[in-house]
Design a binder for this molecule. Structure first.
Ligand SMILES: Nc1ncnc2c1ncn2[C@@H]1O[C@H](COP(=O)(O)OP(=O)(O)OP(=O)(O)O)[C@@H](O)[C@H]1O
Length: 610
């Protein structure tokens, strides 16, 4: 229920649609029911052919009883047609009225549904936007503990499920009880005795439906989880087709996929079987009630013991059958709702996930970098144990500092702390003396540009990739950035130049070209601080030269932190920091460190040996 109520809060801003919907629904329901009441004069015209000779007088309008006025007017015209013409005239008159009523009822129903569609789509749009915003604001550690497929499953399947179940159910629960109540009122007016007789059966069906729906919820969870797993395997495989084929892993991956797919199918089958049970159960119960009604009502009429005539009784049965569909809808909606609530809970779980990196309410602005960055005695851990211990490092404006060390020594982690992808566990990092945790996140990240080892690009044009996030960028600035990054030439040679779409993750480009685009992106951003996860190791000599040159252009007159894998490229760094198991073990210039004959020297020798 809590999830349902929370879901309604998403719809709350749209509650102004509700009166409109209710008005349309009432019109639709009332006119729909009146159509059934019309059965009575139809049957009368057919079966009582010549009986009508007296024309009933036309009533005058009375606000206190408009129903009487409408039915009186109808009777007046009906009897006039029957008495002055023939029963056929009366029949045609009734049919024309039925046609008009049907038209109004259906237009109202359609307008009501349109109103609800507007509401429904807007609610789902808001929900997806909220999810995306939440996901983009989450720290990287959020993504370490989750698989992409699961997250994608929430954004797509769970939202879809909510649409089909919760929203559909709301639609049904808003409309169909009205139909049932309206029908019952008319039924009571027609025959209180018969109607009371049928009401006894309703609690029985209610009990059965709630029993089924409880069982469904558990299965619903499982099914959505399995769907997430299918997405995980698919997503992973799509990103690794090259490896799967190269290592002849198709059969292995196929089995893995088939296994989760089989589990999903099994759970879903059971789930759907059970869900579908709700509808036949209520139909069977409904028919039982109608049969009981025919026997009971029939015996009353045949015994001359009823206020109903034969034609009224048939109309009564017709009207009664109108309750069955909405009752079936309500029971399906209640059972369907369980599956939707499961999906809703999964959505809210993501939305409620606490954000690890938050901006303080009174965060300060910073629009320039003036003097230094200081890693002030910091320690950091991802999980249990520290991966960085007591790091103290000051980087003056305009200097280039290189981080070196064996794989896993903590270089990337150190760089990730500066733009607050993670927060330090102990100590603090300051920029111009201000703790990064006290600054506005947007401002802080605006001061930095990152070029990482993995060239991360978007499935978009080259222009938009360089001017990422700035759709109003001037072409001249983008071209300039590309020129400095040694990328202009290859872009220029492409048929569509800067408008060329580079495909998923830049697949249509070579490794060196991709890397130069990421450098152009950093140049375009023109940040005072650069973080370079040295990116040239995977390139051939020619590309490496171009990329290295591009990097040197980029570093000019900026403060740079370089994560160096190739020591030859950082010889001219102002300071080299040697990390080992998360601690600074040596620091100094290239020459100073070589002279120390320590870890750095060993690292250099290892690379020369290679
Ligand atoms: N998300 C994470 N969760 C837990 N531990 C992590 C995570 N990321 C990295 N680590 C651990 O932190 C340590 C430092 O990793 P880091 O990536 O900073 O090293 P690195 O020096 O940059 O390595 P490389 O040169 O191979 O990129 C490693 O022991 C690694 O196993």
């Amino acid at each position: 229920m809590k999830t349902f109520r929370r879901f309604l809060t998403f719809a709350t801003p749209l509650r102004h649609y509700l009166p409109e919907y209710i008005i349309y629904t009432i019109i639709g329901v009332v006119f729909g029911l009146v159509n059934f009441v019309m059965l009575i004069p139809i049957l009368d015209s057919i079966f009582k052919q010549n009986n009508i000779t007296v024309i009933t007088p036309k009533p005058s309008f009375n606000w206190e009883d408009p129903v009487k006025y409408v039915s009186g007017t109808f009777d007046h015209y009906y009897t006039s047609y029957a008495a002055n013409g023939s029963p056929l005239h009366a029949l045609v008159f009734v049919c024309v009225i039925i046609g008009c009523i049907t038209l109004v009822a259906n237009i109202a129903k359609y307008m009501g549904t349109r109103t609800l569609i507007r509401m429904r789509m807007t609610v789902l749009e808001r929900m997806r936007n909220a999810l995306y915003k939440k996901l983009m604001g989450q720290s990287l550690s959020f993504y370490h503990t989750r698989q992409k497929g699961d997250i994608l499953s929430v954004v797509t399947n769970d939202v879809q499920e909510v649409e089909w179940t919760i929203v559909n159910s709301i639609q049904i629960l808003l409309r169909d009880p009205l139909v049932i109540i309206g029908t019952f009122i008319i039924l009571f007016v027609m025959s209180a005795k018969l109607t009371l007789f049928t009401i006894v059966f309703f609690p029985i069906s209610g009990f059965l439906v709630s029993y089924i729906s409880k069982k469904l919820k558990q299965k619903g969870y499982f099914s959505q989880e399995m769907l997430g797993k299918i997405l995980n395997v698919s997503e992973e495989s799509l990103g690794a087709v090259r490896v799967i084929q190269g290592f002849n892993g198709q059969t292995f991956m196929q089995r893995k996929f088939e296994q989760v797919n089989r589990q999903f199918t099994k759970v879903s089958r059971a789930l759907f079987n059970q869900r579908e049970l709700a509808s036949p159960i209520s139909e069977i119960l409904g028919i039982f009630i109608v049969v009981a009604l025919i026997i009971y009502g029939g015996s009353l009429i045949l015994g001359g013991d009823s206020e109903l005539s034969g034609s009224k009784f048939i109309a009564y049965l017709g009207l009664y059958s109108q309750i069955l569909q909405p009752a079936k809808n309500i029971s399906s909606a209640i059972t369907g709702l369980q599956k939707g609530l499961v999906a809703g809970e999964r959505i809210f779980k993501v939305l409620d996930e606490p954000e690890m990196i938050v901006e303080k309410p009174n965060a300060q602005s910073i629009d320039s970098f003036q003097s230094d960055i200081h890693y002030n005695n910091i320690s950091f851990k991802y999980e249990q144990s520290n991966v960085l211990h007591n790091i103290d490092l000051k980087i003056e404006k305009g200097k280039m500092v290189a981080l070196v060390g064996r794989s896993g020594s903590g270089k990337s982690t150190m760089a990730d702390l500066l733009p607050r992808f993670y927060d330090v566990t102990e100590g603090k990092i300051t920029i111009d003396g201000k703790d990064v945790r006290d600054l506005k996140l947007h401002d802080l990240r605006d001061l930095m540009g990152t070029v990482s080892q993995e060239a991360i690009l978007f499935n978009d044009s080259i222009f938009n990739n360089i001017a990422f996030g700035q759709p109003d960028a001037k072409p001249g600035d983008v071209i300039n950035a590309a020129k400095i990054a040694n990328a202009h030439e290859f872009i220029h040679q492409m048929e569509q130049g800067y408008e060329t779409n580079i495909g998923d993750r830049g697949m249509k480009l070579s490794g060196g070209q991709r890397q130069r685009l990421t450098i152009a992106r950093a140049i375009f951003k023109n940040p005072p601080i650069l973080i370079l996860d040295e990116a040239t190791s995977a390139l051939d000599t020619e590309s490496e030269k171009l990329v290295q040159e591009a990097l040197e252009n980029l570093m000019k007159s900026r403060t740079t932190i370089v994560i160096a894998h190739r020591l030859s490229t950082i010889q001219y760094a102002d300071e080299i920091i040697v990390l080992e198991k998360g601690e600074i073990v040596e620091r100094g210039t290239h020459d100073e460190l070589l002279a120390k004959q320590g870890t750095y020297k060993k690292l250099v020798e290892m690379q020369e040996f290679k």
